[in-house]
Design a protein around this ligand. Structure first.
Ligand SMILES: Cc1cc2nc3c(=O)[nH]c(=O)nc-3n(C[C@H](O)[C@H](O)[C@H](O)COP(=O)(O)OP(=O)(O)OC[C@H]3O[C@@H](n4cnc5c(N)ncnc54)[C@H](O)[C@@H]3O)c2cc1C
Length: 515
């Protein structure tokens, strides 16, 4: 009999019952799922074979884990025992659980690039994988600004998490908010369901916006970090244009003006895309409103835009923004935000009903419950193999982690490519540990840093410093971001929307939906 899928199945009470994780039969996989991605780990080898060898790290954990044989149904820790591929209904994850030969559990917190990467690499491991996210979808953050500017539908950058694991029988997904992590009990608590215990934990909770205590920012600014943020910004802008259409006096009050804070990729990409939305679509939609009635201003505290890029890219970017009528103010710091005004520390007051916040990130507050010292930005410092030194059964990856590059000794940036690669590596290392092998240090394969400023205008800086700008960079940017999308279905949606917008300059997602 199939057990219920209730998260209560994972409750960590001793001597109480535990039900099994139901799995989805292959026949129920969607065509998109069958068509897609995740490279299976060969059954005959360990989770990854490419980087093992002499540079391995210490084998983690007690003898039980170290001696377990992956790919076999027998574990040898002095007593032979059979590993059940499916846990019988009515048993707990307790001290006796492993002794009875039940599979270990890897709990993954967060279904972003890092969490998904880790889960997929455990596909063929002899372990139960449980992934929990507060949303029922994976968010493709690099394209959020395209949702905010009506270029893509929300569904193109948010993919159902459960759909991503239809072909992974050892994985289960739950939607719940993590409220606390208790490493002593090896247990995680949630707002909406009972706690889950783990043998290995992957922390992939990403980061969240940091308003740096700027007065009024939390209440009135529009961050761009979640899908909800993108939809909220998009609808706010469209509503401001409708309001100005009804009452033109609002234009002088700054109803159509936007201040974008932050001269990094989020700020620059948003500024370029908003400018194109304003000058093409909204100008056509609201023919009664003069073209020059709306002002877009990009404010950056530092002396340059794109500080991570080489000077030729910065110059190109400034020109590309100027061509799109985006005013750039460098060396300016936002002091406070009101619903219709942005005040700068220099004393300037800018009439603007919209402030887009692309200025900073901080770690998830729930990480404080780990009870360990955190690095700058509330990120978790990890060992070279991505384990948390204080708790070697815990791995931290993605934006939540402070990962030092083994080659350059520099801290890796909070990027999707870093998150995906680190998540995959953590999954591989856990599979290694489960198989009684050594973990290996993480090495980031830097394929270059890129950003887009608008249609046909993008920049790429390759690892050895070579730069590419303009249309060819834009094509490469499109190809890379398409490849990063979760499924063939998502890629197809993005291609259709981009192609349509490329030829027609149309943005079909330009509607507001009252809820
Ligand atoms: C606007 C924008 C543009 C970007 N552009 C690029 C780009 O062009 N290229 C690039 O490489 N990178 C880009 N990045 C960075 C990249 O998106 C991140 O580095 C990457 O998403 C980090 O992945 P992650 O898995 O660590 O975290 P996330 O993707 O943030 O995933 C974390 C997950 O944890 C979940 N979560 C958080 N808190 C809780 C909780 N308490 N309980 C349960 N679940 C929780 C979230 O719902 C989320 O699904 C961009 C980021 C932004 C915001």
């Amino acid at each position: 009999m199939n057990p219920p899928r209730s998260p209560h199945a994972y409750t960590a009470r001793k001597n109480t019952s535990m039900t099994i994780i139901a799995t989805t039969p292959a026949a129920m996989m969607s065509p998109a799922m069958r068509a897609k991605k995740a490279k299976p780990i060969p059954e005959s080898s360990s989770a990854d074979d490419e980087t093992d060898g002499g540079e391995g790290c210490e084998v983690m954990g007690s003898g039980e884990e170290a001696r377990g044989q992956r790919g076999s149904s027998t574990w040898d820790d002095g007593r032979n025992r059979t590993v059940a591929s499916v846990r019988p209904r009515g048993e707990t994850l307790s001290e006796t659980d492993h002794a009875q030969g039940h599979r270990r559990r890897v709990l993954i917190l967060g279904g972003g690039f890092a969490g998904i990467g880790a889960a997929r690499k455990l596909k063929d491991a002899d372990v139960d994988v449980v992934l929990v996210d507060r949303n029922d979808f994976h968010t493709f953050q690099p394209l959020l600004y395209q949702v905010a500017t009506d270029l893509l539908e929300p569904a193109a950058v948010g993919h159902p998490l459960r759909d991503l694991f239809h072909d992974q029988p050892n994985a289960a997904v739950h939607q719940a908010t993590v409220t606390a992590i208790d490493p002593a009990q090896r247990e995680v608590r949630f707002g909406e369901m009972t706690p889950i215990r783990y043998d290995h934990l992957v922390l992939a909770l990403g980061a969240q916006v940091n308003f740096f205590g700027v007065e009024g920012a939390a209440e009135h600014a529009f961050p761009l970090y979640t899908l909800a943020d993108a939809v909220r910004l998009k609808e706010h802008i469209l509503r401001r244009w409708e309001a100005a259409d009804r009452d033109p006096a609002l234009i002088d009050d700054g109803a159509l003006n936007i201040v974008i804070v932050g001269g990094g990729p989020t700020g620059v990409e948003s500024a370029g895309a908003l400018a194109e939305l304003y000058h093409s679509n909204l100008a056509d939609d609201y023919r009664g409103i003069p073209q020059d009635a709306a002002h877009l201003t990009l404010v950056e505290a530092g002396p340059v835009l794109f500080s991570m890029f080489k000077p030729d890219i910065r110059t190109y970017t400034e020109k590309a923004l100027a061509k799109r009528d985006v005013e750039v103010q460098l060396g300016e710091i936002v002091a406070s935000v009101e619903p219709t005004r942005v005040m700068l520390r220099s004393g300037k007051s800018m009439p603007a009903h919209t402030l887009v916040w692309g200025a900073g990130l901080q770690g998830n507050p729930v990480l404080d419950s780990l009870g360990i010292g955190l690095q700058k930005g509330r990120r978790i410092g990890v060992a070279p193999d991505l384990r948390v030194p204080e708790h070697p059964e815990i791995f931290a990856v993605g934006d939540a982690a402070w990962i030092t590059d083994a080659e350059t000794d520099e801290v890796l940036p909070q990027l999707g490519s870093v998150a995906l690669q680190a998540g995959e590596h953590a999954g591989q290392n856990i599979a290694r540990v489960l198989a009684g092998r050594q973990t290996s240090p993480f090495r980031y394969h830097d394929k270059g840093t890129m950003a887009t400023i608008g249609r046909g205008a993008a920049v790429i800086q390759l690892r050895r410093g070579k730069t590419i700008k303009g249309r060819s960079a834009a094509l490469a940017w499109g190809a890379v971001h398409l490849a990063l999308l979760s499924t063939g279905e998502d890629r197809a949606k993005a291609v259709v929307d981009w192609t349509w917008a490329g030829f027609t300059h149309e943005r079909s997602a330009r509607i507001t939906v009252p809820t």
